[in-house]
Ligand binder design. Sequence first.
Ligand SMILES: NC(=O)C1=CN([C@@H]2O[C@H](COP(=O)(O)OP(=O)(O)OC[C@H]3O[C@@H](n4cnc5c(N)ncnc54)[C@H](OP(=O)(O)O)[C@@H]3O)[C@@H](O)[C@H]2O)C=CC1
Ligand SMILES: O=C(CO)COP(=O)(O)O
Length: 331
Amino acid sequence: MVLAENGHDVRLWTHHQDQADEMIATGKNARYLPDLQLPKNISITSDLALALEGAELINFVVPTKAMRQVASQVLAVFQEAGVTNLPILMHASKGLEQGSHLRISQILEDVFSPLGEAKVVVLSGPSHAEEVAQHDITAITAAGTDQVACDFVQEVFMNDYFRVYTNPDIIGVELGGSLKNIIALGAGALVGAGFGDNAKAALLTRGLAEITRLGVTMGANPLTFMGLSGVGDLVVTATSVHSRNWRAGQQIGQGQSVEEVEAHMGMVVEGLATAVSAYELAQEKGVEMPITQAIYLVIKEGLSIKEVVTALMTRERKGELQFEDNLADLF
Ligand SMILES: NC(=O)C1=CN([C@@H]2O[C@H](COP(=O)(O)OP(=O)(O)OC[C@H]3O[C@@H](n4cnc5c(N)ncnc54)[C@H](OP(=O)(O)O)[C@@H]3O)[C@@H](O)[C@H]2O)C=CC1
Ligand SMILES: O=C(CO)COP(=O)(O)O
């Protein structure tokens, strides 16, 4: 909607023919944004080749678990059409691939490698779709290692209600956007289980500390986690009723099972899969992530929120700045 309102030709692809037909007929996305009228200059199609023809920018925004499959479908269309120059590949999804623990830009680079080196940009930050669609003001980050590609994304998306910053630290931006969903689940779970504001502040602050710890280990700039994709997205997701992750956490905190919550949400709750991937990655890298581990234990071992909170609070005594010694090496 932002791109269309900025005057660009936009094609929106869905994998359901009937959904495309309905959206063309009504100008509305009844399943996901029922109250909003879509701009008229969005062409809706379920034909992927038609959607991709001549595109300068492709925005992948399916759930993480579908990313490799959808990217592979796009690659097949390009190969069939004999495309040799890749357009800019952009994504706005938040998660880590299950098993490989790859970030989404890495999945895209991997899938498109038969056609050369992809220029990948992630658009990420505190941005609930419902509010953007209503022109509520939003600030967000376009990150990638190719500055020209980042500038392009910034240029085409920016307007008076949607402000885009660029950032070369794609590792930090992708990890910030992905890992905050785990903490947002935890924030909802605390509310659901009856804990108060002190608990919420403790969780967000210590959550950011462990996001930064893993991020720095993976090669991110620690300052990125002070920015829109760190503190910003953590605050918006962990304190907003729009957040599916927060709502899922609240229901788990009230005693519903993870399976029940996921089945009833009807939309992706990325934090559930990301908690598992991030826990495995942290184990592999030897990074301490006690809150992520606690959420992992709730999801995988069925521990209650009260049990994991007690375990967290009674851990051995610590200094607050565990990774400060390493920071000097990073600047
Ligand atoms: N919603 C938001 O405000 C924000 C979301 N994000 C991120 O964007 C990503 C997508 O989230 P969101 O759009 O909210 O998720 P939703 O669950 O609301 O919608 C996902 C869409 O992807 C489609 N899809 C799922 N699997 C496939 C597949 N294999 N092939 C083709 N299409 C598929 C779904 O179709 P179907 O109806 O068939 O399931 C649906 O249209 C997530 O990573 C999320 O974290 C990032 C910032 C903000
Ligand atoms: O990432 C988001 C906002 O920036 C959306 O969060 P949820 O997936 O929890 O709704």
